[in-house]
Design a binder for this molecule. Sequence first.
Ligand code: ARG
Length: 290
Amino acid sequence: MSSAVEVRPAAGASALAAARTPTTRRYLMCAPKFFTVEYAINPWMDPSEPVSTERALEQWGELKRTYESLGHVVEEIEPQPGLPDMVFAANSGTVVHGRVLGARFRAAERAGEAEFYRRWFLEHGYRDVVMPSNINEAEGDFAWSGRVLLAGTGFRTDPGAHAEAQEILGVPVVSLKLVDPRYYHLDTALTVLDDSRDNPLVTYYPDAFSPGSQRVLELLFPDAVLATEADAACLGLNGVSDGYNVVLPTEATALGTALEARGFRAHYVDISELRKSGGGPKCCTMELRA
Ligand code: ARG
């Protein structure tokens, strides 16, 4: 046994940060002008609890300004009366390599949103826009991770939408089963932190997934940051990352600290009003991937 001990400085956050590279993103958002909670389609929604549309608008504005201050481009789609959940732009399209797969909602209350987004894509130069035949709540359940599209099912998106997404988007799809009704969409249980081809990284809350899906995630992402129940319970996994900066709900400080120890930078936004509908930063943000 050698007695020589190699002394190296501890790999602190700043040393690791050098490896994290932010890339400029394009997002599509929809102001919560008509936001209310008047029906309940997930366990977070309680129509008897008061909701302030004005506060939701302020919080949404702060989220948008946060993205812009990080150098990202934010496009907006016009909100529509009678569609209070239209603010959750992530649910209305999955855009990978410039191809668009539209949405088909499970709940009748949200069905009308899909067509407004389809038109937005056509009016903004997208030529490859396909509407799905299976129920598909877009980035609520689809997360691009650099080489594969992670796809949730169990509560909203039909498993058949996964094969459909693979065929239409032309990317490999990995199905994951969600088992906890509080984490009804994949983006409430998992955040892609780094979607670079060679260094993909995610954070997720293991208990939100079936045992088989937990093993799949371990195989795909052996270095993943494992989130706790407390991280998940404030919708902390509904974050948005550009590869370095991660936008998180204010309460998700434990997760933010864990991410900073891995070289990321956490930015906190108050989403308390939007959370009354079961949404956070990611739900409000569709990524337009060229
Ligand atoms: N109230 C909305 C619903 O239940 C919230 C959607 C949140 N969006 C998301 N990407 N998780 O459909």
